[in-house]
Design a protein around this ligand. Structure first.
Ligand code: PEP
Length: 247
């Protein structure tokens, strides 16, 4: 039985004053049935972990593949863990696009996260051009195979399917398209990891909102969501947590 996961990605948003949203979220949802994770900018990881006090999980949005060294501006998985994070997002499409991260880069980052005892949230997803060209399953199959460590298990790795064209656009795939991809991902994981492949949580991400969460969470093999914009406000993210708890 996979525990559902509502994960929020604040991206490059939030100052210390924004942590009031976290207290409000925890106050309004003191005992959610699903797991809740928030990934703020690195500057807020320690502060958010202090506010969360273990009631929700806190994660980073990226990590370097190395534990330490001459990498100005970067942050390692060990540093995020030291600041109170238990999870780290790797391979978000904005990092793949803005920083030219390849599957091999994402794999190395995910391996670093696992080495430090963190949970890696590995993001994959096709561009609109790739979907239009009918290559969606080839693209995400390649990203899944190339970005997921050999040591991955359902306990230490979460896969987030995020079509690039659905992120921050208000557009979402049809429920049938989400089902097709999630069923494909499940089958690929079982092919590679055997029975353990059934244990990986598969999140859908891309314009998830309170208004569409319930129908998306009813799709088979959708074990939760990775939420960007709607995770910034306690009221919106709380409504998504409620929808997931009832799924
Ligand atoms: C994201 O960036 O991971 C994301 C899904 O963003 P949004 O929910 O804003 O589309």
């Amino acid at each position: 039985m996979r525990k559902k996961l509502a994960a929020g990605n604040w991206k490059m948003n939030g100052l210390s004053a924004s942590l009031t949203e976290v207290s409000a979220l925890i106050e309004a949802h003191p005992a959610p049935v699903c797991e809740v994770l928030l990934c703020p900018p690195a500057t807020l990881v320690a502060g958010m972990a202090a506010v969360a006090a273990g009631r929700i999980a806190v994660g980073g949005q990226d990590c370097h593949a190395k534990a330490s060294g001459a990498h100005t501006g970067d942050i390692s998985a060990a540093m995020l863990k030291d600041a109170g994070a238990s999870h780290v997002i790797v391979g978000h499409s904005e990092r793949r696009a803005d920083h030219g991260e390849s599957n091999a880069d994402v794999l190395a980052k995910a391996e670093a996260a696992l080495t430090d005892g963190m949970v890696a949230v590995i993001c994959i997803g096709e561009t609109e051009a790739e979907r239009d060209a009918g290559t969606t399953l080839d693209v995400i199959g390649g990203q899944l195979a190339g970005s997921t460590p050999e040591a991955a298990t359902g306990a230490n790795t979460v896969i987030a399917y995020e079509p690039v064209w659905a992120i921050g656009t208000g557009r979402t795939p049809t429920l049938e398209q989400i089902a097709e991809v999630h069923d494909f991902l499940r089958a690929e994981l079982v092919k590679r990891f055997g029975a353990e492949g059934e244990a990986f949580r598969l999140l859908y991400g891309g314009s998830v909102k309170p208004s569409n969460a319930t129908e998306i969470f009813a799709v088979p093999n959708v074990d939760g969501a990775l939420v960007g914009g709607a995770s910034l406000k306690a009221a919106d993210f709380g409504a998504i947590i409620e929808a997931l708890s009832q799924a």
